[in-house]
Write a protein that binds this ligand. Structure first.
Ligand SMILES: Cc1cc2nc3c(=O)[nH]c(=O)nc-3n(C[C@H](O)[C@H](O)[C@H](O)COP(=O)(O)O)c2cc1C
Length: 186
């Protein structure tokens, strides 16, 4: 029996998994010069030890930086910096100093060399735990060594009225969550 569903080209089938939570990863060169990359492909992979994976194409400048220094920071952006998030995902740190080009403030991290981004609601500082190639991307697995968040944005869970997080639908299209929380008891 025909499912009635539309066939999706395999090269864009990943979009069936979107909207994906957008993160800004900050990383740095061996000379300390920082860079930012916008990513939609990020996920937790282990609670103990606390591990998180990001998937980055080898041609990205940030790939070279993380490969070289083995450290990165996952910053959780909010809607008020959406333009900066798109910029971070459309130009390369090979050509631009992204911290200078956009209005984002680098601050020292607690435990790694790349800076954190002040305007983001939450921060996960990571040491590179492992990495492996998956097709045309590399999955970098980070061990979280420090995590902190804006008080008004997060207490055990996000306050979605305060932290209007960004989700990537595809292309230049983004959504945020309408704060409707369902707490279930089973
Ligand atoms: C919303 C959004 C999500 C993105 N997600 C990813 C991703 O998950 N992995 C990736 O390799 N590139 C992703 N990109 C593309 C990179 O952010 C983009 O190529 C960036 O310019 C690379 O910067 P760099 O060369 O300074 O590292 C995304 C771009 C946008 C706008």
């Amino acid at each position: 029996m025909d499912s009635g569903k539309t066939k999706i080209d395999l090269s864009s089938s990943y979009r069936l998994l979107h909207p994906m939570h957008v993160v800004l990863v900050s990383c740095a060169g061996k000379n300390g010069k920082p860079n930012i990359i916008t990513l939609a492909w990020a996920m937790p992979t282990s609670i103990n030890p606390p591990l998180v994976a990001v998937s980055i194409a080898p041609k990205r400048y940030s790939h070279t930086l993380i490969d070289g220094t083995k450290e990165f920071v996952i910053n959780i952006p909010v809607m008020k910096i959406l333009k900066e998030v798109l910029f971070g995902g459309r130009v390369s740190g090979r050509d631009y100093d992204k911290f200078k080009e956009v209005d984002l403030t680098p601050l020292p991290a607690k435990n790694v060399k790349p800076p954190i981004i002040k305007e983001c609601a939450a921060i996960l500082e990571c040491n590179l735990h492992s990495q492996f190639t998956t097709g045309d991307h590399t999955v970098f697995v980070g061990e979280i060594v420090e995590a902190y968040a804006d008080k008004e944005a997060f207490t055990r869970k996000y306050n979605l009225e305060k932290a209007r997080m960004i989700f990537h639908l595809g292309g230049n299209n983004f959504v945020t969550l309408k704060p409707e929380v369902f707490t279930l008891k089973l």
